[in-house]
Design a protein around this ligand. Structure first.
Ligand code: ZN
Ligand code: ZN
Length: 573
């Protein structure tokens, strides 16, 4: 018996053991994927008690004839033989043909289906057909599952609370809706609508239907390809970050997948645009040759392994970074959603333009061209400083509104870009220290330093060993801030000592720049002069990304004149 055959049988057995069905969400998943395979354009999922009491899936797909309807539930009748290829071709959604028998063997199922105007109703419990009758012809298929795991108490006790089961199913349906914007999904629980998408085949509109305007209006379109992959979708501006990774939604060839490397590529692209521990909202479809994708053997898992991952990583990373760079905007202090609500209550629709230009007009089909221009505008933006508040916030104005800047964050950004530029230079100018700086370390730190001393050397530091675990620094690169040489050097040595694993020059440079930028920036509660404010503004405007400090916090927020007028109800007059 060939190796492939053995593996296939193994796989088939696993499925036969019912591993496909673990929770309500996995039942929903199997049923819904069957609906998708049946070319449904509308799929409705009705749950009672999160699916614990009842799961119904109704679709308008092609349906089954009388024979198929019966066969669908009988394992021995499933003639599908797993070929080795099936594992690689994830274009077809699941392990179809095996799921229904698994579900039927541990629950009570009523199937009503109709194909070519012939309707069939089948009632099954524990895998045995109780009843099979003709039924009236309704296009598509309706499956109702009750008494899940009634005959497998061991598994029954693994079902979670209504809330947990519902949360799992909701998350799955949300992701699937985004993967299949051409299908209209409705999910209800106890008669209450939880998810509803229109099947418009417009991804941004679907994002709007799932996440609401506040998020969908802050998404940037991305589209790029290389020899192996094509990526398409939307990523959020850094102002609407989430606290978990659940909203990094990726599909490969239309199938929801989970892959840490892909998530890392998305996250890395936001480096310095967002704080650690915050994650973007991203919906990205990756199209590729299915042979580059290895689906995990376990059919319920969405994990995949990808060949040529580096190529995909680079494509995602570069594309998102570029999109962010081109279209970052000053976040509005007043959320657009609120403005939109207020506006709707005060003005007839066609007055929008006169009040505020096209700024808050939300257009599903828009590209981010407009924002590219705006970013260029920012670079020549003139901000007139008014003063400093609370020793922390710089107040500025211009004919568009009022701006608040966080002085520490703003200067941190200026410093960061300045340090980074210097660190990248291949030609280093160095200055001799009049009084050499002595740095004493403990033994283990000294050993770690010794291991990486070339890095320190390459940065332009001239030093010698001096006694036990001590170095003496004689020259340093000129870009160290005058008066803070020793502090800066100690910070850099600390970073060198803490280096672990493979040395990544780019990451190291960024770390040095971030650390020094923060150290050397004016702190909050430090009053700076008008002259210093002006200098800071001038430098900030020149930055590549003037909107965030290198930790990803905003440097500037805007209160537009319109926002202010709304706040004071002036715009009503
Ligand atoms: Zn800082
Ligand atoms: Zn910061």
């Amino acid at each position: 018996m060939s190796v492939i055959k053995v593996m296939s049988e193994n796989l088939a057995n696993k499925i036969a053991a019912g591993e496909v069905v673990e929770k309500c969400a996995s039942v929903v998943k199997e049923l819904v994927e069957n609906s998708i395979d049946a070319n449904a354009s509308k799929i409705k999922i009705n749950l009672i008690k999160g699916g614990l009491t009842e799961i119904t899936v109704i679709d308008d797909g092609i349906g089954m004839d009388e024979v198929d309807a019966e066969m669908a539930f009988l394992r021995h009748a499933t003639s599908k033989i797993y070929k080795d290829d099936d594992l690689f071709f994830i274009n077809t959604l699941g392990f179809r043909g095996e799921a229904l028998p698994s579900i039927a063997s541990v629950s009570e199922v009523v199937l009503e289906t109709c194909k070519n105007e012939v309707g069939t109703k089948v009632h099954i419990k524990g895998g045995n057909i109780l009843e099979k009758t003709p039924s009236n012809g309704r296009i598509g298929t309706k499956i109702t599952i009750t008494n899940l795991f009634y005959n497998t108490p061991a598994r029954l006790k693994y079902l979670k609370s209504e809330q947990t089961e519902l949360a799992n199913t909701t998350m799955f349906i949300e992701k699937l809706s985004l993967a299949k914007p051409e299908i209209a999904f409705t999910l209800t629980n106890n008669g209450k609508e939880i998810v509803k998408t229109s099947g418009s085949n417009n991804l941004l509109k679907t994002i709007h239907e799932i996440y609401g305007l506040q998020i969908s209006s802050k998404m940037l379109e991305i589209h790029a390809l290389n020899d192996d992959f094509e990526i398409k979708g939307y990523v959020c501006k850094p102002e609407i970050l989430r606290t978990n990774r659940n909203h990094l939604i990726t599909f490969i060839n239309g199938r929801v997948v989970r892959n840490n490397e892909i998530n890392r590529a998305i996250n890395d692209a936001y480096y310095t645009y967002k704080p650690d521990g915050k994650y973007p909202v991203a919906v990205i479809n990756i199209d590729t040759d299915p042979t580059l994708v290895d689906v995990n053997i376990h059919p319920t898992k969405q994990d995949v392994k990808i060949s040529k991952m580096q190529s995909l990583y680079n494509l995602i990373y570069e594309t998102i970074k570029d999109a962010l760079y081109k279209s970052l905007l000053i976040p509005d202090a007043v959320s657009k959603e609120k403005v939109e609500e207020v506006k709707n209550s005060f003005f007839p629709l066609n007055d929008f333009k006169d009040i505020e230009g096209s700024q808050t007009t939300f257009d599903f089909g828009s590209t981010n061209k407009e924002e590219v221009v705006k970013n260029e505008e920012f670079k020549s933006l003139v901000l007139y400083p008014v003063g400093l508040c609370l020793g922390t916030y710089i107040v500025c104005e211009n004919d568009e509104g009022i701006y608040l800047l966080d002085q520490h964050a703003a200067q941190e950004r200026v410093n960061y870009e300045n340090y980074l530029e210097n660190l990248k230079k291949s030609e280093i100018t160095i200055t001799d220290l009049l009084i050499p700086i002595t740095i004493e370390m403990n033994y283990s730190d000294f050993m770690s330093f010794k291991e990486h001393e070339k890095i320190f050397n390459d940065m332009g530091f001239v030093f010698e060993e001096f006694g036990i675990n001590t170095i003496i620094i004689k020259s340093h690169p000129t870009w160290l801030k005058t008066g803070y040489e020793e502090e800066s050097i100690r910070k850099i040595i600390d970073l060198i000592i803490s280096l672990k694993g493979n040395f990544d020059a780019i990451k190291f440079r960024e770390n040095v720049a971030i650390t020094l930028a923060c150290k050397m920036a004016i702190k909050a509660n430090e009053h700076i002069s008008m002259l210093e404010i002006e200098g800071l503004l001038k430098n900030l405007v020149k930055c590549d990304n003037p909107y965030n400090c290198p930790h990803g916090r905003p440097t500037i927020v805007k209160f537009s004149i319109y926002d202010l007028e709304k706040m004071f109800k002036r715009a009503m007059d």
